[in-house]
Design a protein around this ligand. Structure first.
Ligand code: NAD
Length: 495
């Protein structure tokens, strides 16, 4: 059986002999084993990252960028293989996996131009013959801890930027689909990245806790569930680390009575059920405003019944399985809670059976109508193909729903009124907002991050926010006087 090791100092290696099973979610079969790293794996990783960073920070930003440009080409050349690795362990369709690798690749493209963003600011003559300027310098060793749902894209939000800024990076990927990270690291070495600048260590909470406590790691980027995000944020701060911790989501898509309903339905179907709802930007709540609700529910029902639920190896699959047997059970329990609490189950995705894949973790599209804010299916992040329709009387009620939910990752509004759209984008307490588009994932040159319980920390990911997160600011004030001796000064210098 294949063993997935760590990637330390340019080599696949493991010191621990403990392993976790990795499953194919389409069949429920064990397909490989991933190492559960021990203290020695960890100390070797940190030693390698610490030594490599000292050299890497001395490489000029332009030379660093050239290596990242080589990496970009290698990812493009290997995109099919990377997507297959993602689909095999995650279960999402091949096209969806390819799309997600491409979104990661866009961050690599952005990172090629980072020398531009590392420029400081300069002021001539802040005092007589005194100049002042600033520069951004790398932090040292940075670490990333990532979730199962985007095994290529989410790590790529982090390490290309950290590395382009002169840091080294340790990635701790999800233990559920760890293979893609190793392939991404191998390709970076092939592109010319010095050994140790990008290391991958596999494991679970044990390694995460060591990362948090390690004094030679300066910063942690985390993406995952909210409880773990809070834990990482609090513990990292206690250990004096810079931290950005992105958590869960419950994204609302508001449909106004004046919306183009077919556009809204297409937006909802793709965003609610794509990747089996396992996206932090999935639409999990459709807020139907006013008299549009009945038509909206009928049309979603019709389209959701047409979706093809199948393993990723099937060409026409619209959505695959969820990640694990336990997760499938959790989703099914939440669906049952919706029924028990009185929501109207319009489409029931339980009991989907696919011939030859009876042990796969499949759940079909599920649709609830008449969901109330007090129900568990509304309050909790389900992270599966379950859409709740909540009926609101008017725009104000819809906005209140969006703003009163504990999560604040993404939201969208479908309307033909510019004024309503403008009010919504201004007044919603959400990090990423769409107008007449499904919940939008910002491009690499903008930044990704939610509000409220969807992000703990000061910086979103990638774009300028990423550069600021992975660098520290230094401001210099300098004078080169010729034969001037001003003597000691005992008052605050002013102009
Ligand atoms: P998770 O929180 O279970 O795991 C994420 C990472 O944390 C993994 O690497 C895991 O090994 C580690 N981990 C798990 N439990 C831990 C613990 N108790 N202590 C320390 N580390 C721990 O998340 P997941 O199930 O892999 O991913 C799904 C979640 O991620 C969803 O909640 C989803 O909304 C969220 N997510 C958020 C974003 C975003 O941008 N906000 C993006 C993708 C996914």
């Amino acid at each position: 059986m294949e063993v997935i090791k760590n990637y330390i100092n340019g080599k696949k290696i493991n010191y621990s002999n403990e392993f976790l099973d990795v499953y194919d979610p389409s069949t429920g079969e064990i397909i490989s084993k991933v190492v559960l790293s021990n203290n020695k794996d960890f100390s070797k990783t940190v030693e390698s990252s610490f030594n490599a960073q000292k050299q890497w920070s001395q490489v000029t930003p332009l030379k660093r960028s050239r290596i990242i440009s080589n990496y970009k080409v290698l990812i493009q050349e290997n995109i099919e293989e990377l997507a297959k690795i993602v689909s095999r362990e995650h279960g999402k369709t091949l096209d969806d996996a390819k799309g997600s690798v491409t979104r990661g690749l866009e961050v690599v493209e952005f990172a090629c131009g980072i020398p531009h963003l590392l420029k400081g600011e300069f002021s001539n003559n802040v005092g007589a013959n005194i100049d002042s300027w600033s520069m951004r310098q790398p932090l040292g060793v940075c670490a990333g801890i990532t979730p199962f749902n985007f095994p290529a894209m989410v790590p790529m939000w982090m390490y290309p930027i950290a590395i382009a800024c002169g840091n080294s990076f340790i990635l701790k990927p999800s233990e559920k689909d760890p293979s893609c990270s190793i392939k991404l690291a191998e390709l970076f070495t092939k592109a010319g990245l010095p050994d140790g600048v990008f290391n991958v260590i596999n494991g679970n909470k044990n390694i995460v806790d060591q990362i948090i406590e390690e004094r030679n790691i300066s910063a942690i980027s985390f993406v995952g569930s909210t409880n773990v995000a809070k834990y990482i944020y609090e513990k990292s701060a206690m250990n004096q680390k810079r931290v950005q911790a992105l958590g869960g989501a419950k994204n609302h898509l508001v449909v106004m009575p004046d919306a183009n309903i077919d556009q809204a339905v297409d937006g909802i179907i793709g965003a609610a059920y794509g990747s089996a709802g396992e996206r932090c930007m999935a639409v999990s709540v459709a807020v139907a405003v006013g008299e549009i609700a009945d038509e909206l529910v009928d049309k979603i029902k019709l389209k959701s019944n047409e979706l093809v639920v199948a393993p990723w190896t099937t060409n026409d699959a619209d959505m695959g399985p969820v990640i694990s047997k336990e997760h499938k059970k959790n989703i099914e329990n939440l669906i049952q809670s919706g029924v028990d609490e009185g929501a109207n189950l319009v489409v029931d995705g339980r009991n989907v059976k696919i011939q030859g894949y009876e042990d796969g973790y499949f759940i079909g599209p599920t649709l609830f109508d008449h969901v109330l804010p007090t129900m568990q299916i509304y309050e909790k992040e389900i992270f599966g193909p379950v859409l709740s329709v909540v009926r609101a009387e008017n725009y104000k009620d819809a906005l209140n729903l969006v703003n009163n939910h504990e999560y604040g990752n993404g939201t969208s509004i479908y309307t033909s009124s510019g004024q309503v759209a403008r009010n919504f984008t201004t007044d919603c307490k959400i990090g990423m907002v769409g107008v007449n588009v499904p919940i939008p994932v910002p491009m690499a040159f903008h930044s990704f991050g939610g509000w409220k319980n969807s992000l703990f920390g000061d910086h979103a990911m990638h774009g300028k926010e990423g550069v600021n997160f992975y660098t520290k600011l230094k401001t210099i004030t300098s004078r080169w006087p010729e034969n001037i001796n001003v003597g000691a000064e005992f008052v605050m210098p002013v102009n």
